[in-house]
Design a protein around this ligand. Structure first.
Ligand code: SP5
Ligand code: ZN
Length: 359
């Protein structure tokens, strides 16, 4: 009989209510991989491993408003009702919110960024890709995932060494004012901000999802109190988010030096990935964090359909051990799409994190 996994798992049933119903990739709607079953297989595996479950508590909007533009929060909360009201599902067969015009710098050429009254025009102001669809249950899940992150941060602020936030949908691609990458609100940034607000001092966010967390980077880019570091597949090698996540992005103003990107070549496995994570931990330790947030994507794993990295379960266990050794740690679920291996991978990561705490 193995000892049960001593990491509290924060959970909200609302996280199952978001059904993006696919993703529009390169002009064609595909089935999509960010499905509700992801959260269920992880939850089942952790229950079987004996990890205690903690229900998410409802929180106010204060921390959300500290990391996100209130206009983004309002848009996400109301966009489905507006879409329905405008008749897109019933009259046009458009059963999810998907933008089709994007106000890029190149389009506006310096003209003011207006807020179009028509919802189908306004959608591209807040969503920067075509893969991140909104449906009837989406807001309940998005807001529920934020409460999951906030509840996990509360546990650590109250003295727990570790807490795991089983957030769905994921969050690390969301900037202060725009969503994308299958993400809607930045759960990890919300957890980090909550830790700061509770008096943790400096916080380090370590992002080990296969993709660069462009949203988290953007939110904290000019802040010196929150370090952001990421290991991810090189966006310059053809991977999402393509435009951000390069090694020369080091932070700005008071945040200069508090941002570190370690892009890796496609095909990188445990050795190269863990070497980069050790470098990330050394940089984060120099920042002397009072608390750590791990953006725990499981999509760096070799079987994952969304990334070319080749990390094993043993790699994830070591990554958990290395990162959670820095300070009390909130682990926030990000990506990870290969349903048969999500359970073993999350157990490996949390087992490693628990080893770091118990020695
Ligand atoms: C949180 C997170 O991991 N977001 C991932 C966003 C990247 N999604 C890119 C999807 C590209 C289309 N997928 C094609 C899969 C072909 N196997
Ligand atoms: Zn990812």
């Amino acid at each position: 009989m193995t000892a049960s996994l001593p990491v509290p798992v924060v959970w909200s049933q609302d996280c199952l209510r978001h059904d993006p119903g696919g993703e529009v990739w390169l002009g064609v709607k595909d089935a999509g991989t960010e499905v509700p079953e992801r959260a269920l297989v992880i939850r089942d595996a952790l229950a079987a491993a004996g990890a205690p479950e903690v229900p998410a508590a409802a929180h106010g909007d204060e921390v959300l408003q500290a990391v996100h533009d209130p206009a983004l929060l309002g848009h996400l909360a109301g966009v489905w009702a507006e879409w329905e009201q405008a008749g897109f599902p019933a009259e046009w067969g458009r059963d999810r919110v998907v933008p089709y015009v994007f106000p890029t710098e190149g389009m506006l050429g310096g003209l003011p960024g207006r807020l179009p009254p028509a919802v189908h025009g306004r959608a591209g102001r807040f969503c920067y890709d075509t893969m991140t669809l909104v449906g009837p249950g989406s807001w309940a899940a998005i807001r529920g995932a934020a409460d999951v992150a906030l509840t996990a941060a509360d546990l650590v602020s109250a003295g727990a060494q570790l807490a795991y936030a089983l957030c769905r949908p994921p969050g690390h691609h969301v900037t202060g004012s725009a969503y994308g990458g299958s993400c809607y609100l930045n759960n990890a940034a919300i957890a980090a901000q909550a830790l700061v607000a509770a008096g943790a001092g400096r916080v380090a966010v370590l992002d080990i999802d296969a993709h660069h967390g462009n949203g988290t980077q953007s939110i904290f880019y000019s802040r010196g109190d929150v370090f952001y570091g990421s290991v991810h597949v090189d966006p310059g090698a053809g991977w999402f988010p393509h435009y951000v996540g390069y090694a020369d992005e080091r932070g700005a103003g008071p945040g200069e030096g508090a941002n570190l990107n370690l892009p890796l070549p496609p095909g990188t496995g445990d050795e190269g990935w863990l070497t980069a994570i050790r470098d990330l931990c050394a940089a984060a330790a120099a920042h002397r964090p009072g608390a750590v947030v791990i953006s725990l994507g499981l999509d760096a794993a070799e079987a994952d359909p969304e990334s070319p990295l080749r990390v094993t379960e043993a790699g994830y266990r070591e990554a958990g051990r290395l990162t959670a050794a820095l300070a009390p740690t909130v682990l926030v679920q990000e990506g990870g799409y290969h349903l048969p291996t999500l359970g073993p991978l999350v157990i490996a990561a949390l087992t490693g994190a628990a080893e770091a705490v118990t020695g």
